[in-house]
Design a protein around this ligand. Structure first.
Ligand code: PLP
Length: 377
């Protein structure tokens, strides 16, 4: 079986984790935490990093930091992981959806303004499967309406966005450098993985202090066991941070490998009739976190039938996200009832992703492409 994901771990990870074990710094104090926080913030060109236990916690913490109040609305994409909606709901807020853009699979930025109302507090752009959201118009909208931006860059480590476009002073900016706070996951299938883990980045010192305090049960700096706010235990361990530090040392290699994997898939699949390949707009550098494909309607099967056929030939895949408005858990709570997001619905039914882990070999990738071609021919 060619697995959908296999992490790429090396000697350096082993060495640094052993250092934690030998020194006894296995919990959430220890030098690797601060090193990982600063290293990741520097990589993303941000000032402050606050490591947390996972990406869902990062989103929840970021929204708590901006002081989301019950009933406040946060605009999120319909086509995303449930963590985005959960983070809003855990903070007492209401997620408001926009459809995906068929060109990028990310939130359709042109649909956002229509969803802004008196209760809107924030926008949460999510870079889907490694492709950046069109950030400039979104940031302009947020500024115009006085909204916070919580960027979810969980799937877009090292992806880049050209800003501003069509000018002589454009620069490539990394995903995770936008908005008031940006959030990451370091789950095992992410480009940088700490097993479980996450981070919040910001340039704002007050938000950074607040995030640090809320992450750790809101302990007061001057008087221990004295709490003035409802905090969380979202701490990352030194053992996990050690993995992150080891991978940061070879970040360029990780990105190069991932982009090459995407380009190889593109090259070998580009002429397969009826197969839509992942986007890469000219103003982006996609990192192909997961190499997604979409079956056009002329192919007489949907993504789940396609996945079964690949599974029988020992290729593991994963379905695309099911839109937030189609989630039974939200429908039961009366959310998104009778809402429809046709692009998200199509992606959910016709999309899946192929093996994309960093440990995937060129030979395995070639086999996957040959099998895809055979199944679709
Ligand atoms: C876009 C996005 N946001 C948030 C998360 C949540 O991260 P975690 O699984 O670490 O909680 C994920 C997880 O894969 C994700 O893809």
């Amino acid at each position: 079986m060619i697995p959908v994901n296999q992490p790429w771990l090396g000697k350096r990870e082993e060495e640094l984790v052993l250092e934690c074990l030998r020194s006894g710094w296995i919990s959430s104090a220890g030098t690797f935490i601060a090193a990982f926080e600063q290293g990741w913030a520097d990589y993303c060109r941000r000032r402050y990093g606050i490591a947390v236990s996972n990406g869902t916690a990062a989103l929840q913490l970021a929204l708590a930091c901006i002081g989301l109040k019950p009933g406040d609305e946060v605009i999120i994409p319909a086509f995303t992981i449930i963590s985005c909606a959960l983070a809003v709901i855990y903070n007492g807020g209401v997620p408001v959806l926009v459809d995906a853009d068929p060109r990028t699979w990310c939130m359709d930025v042109e649909q956002v303004e229509n969803k802004i109302g008196p209760k809107t507090r924030a926008i949460m752009p999510v870079h889907i499967y490694g492709h950046p959201v069109d950030m400039d118009p979104l940031l302009n909208l947020a500024e115009k309406h006085g909204l916070a931006v919580i960027e979810d860059a969980a799937e877009a480590h090292g992806a880049e966005y050209l800003s501003p476009r069509n000018t002589t002073n454009s620069v490539w900016r990394r995903c995770g450098s936008f908005g008031d706070l940006s959030c990451f996951s370091f789950y095992a299938n992410k480009l940088v993985s700490t097993g479980e883990g996450g981070m919040v980045l910001t340039d704002n010192p007050a938000l950074a202090d607040r995030a640090r305090s809320l992450r750790n049960l809101s302990f007061q700096p001057h008087r221990r066991f004295h709490h003035e706010e409802l905090g969380f235990n979202f701490r990352l361990t030194n053992l996990q941070a050690a993995l992150g530090v080891a991978q940061l040392e070879r970040m360029d290699q990780i990105i190069t490998r991932k982009r090459l994997m995407g380009q190889n898939y593109n090259r070998l699949l580009k002429d397969v009739d009826g197969l839509e390949l992942p986007p890469e707009e000219s103003w982006t550098k996609n990192v192909y976190w997961m190499y997604g494909v979409v079956l056009s309607e002329k192919i007489g099967m949907d993504a789940s039938q396609f996945a079964q056929r690949l599974q029988r030939r020992e290729i593991e895949t994963r379905p695309f996200f099911l839109g937030m408005h189609e989630q039974p858990v939200f429908r039961k709570r009366g959310l998104f009832v009778e809402e429809s997001y046709p692009v998200a619905e199509r992606l959910a039914r016709r999309g899946l992703y192929l093996p994309s882990g960093l440990a995937l070999t060129e030979e395995q990738l070639t086999t996957v492409c040959a099998v895809v071609r055979e199944v679709l021919s």
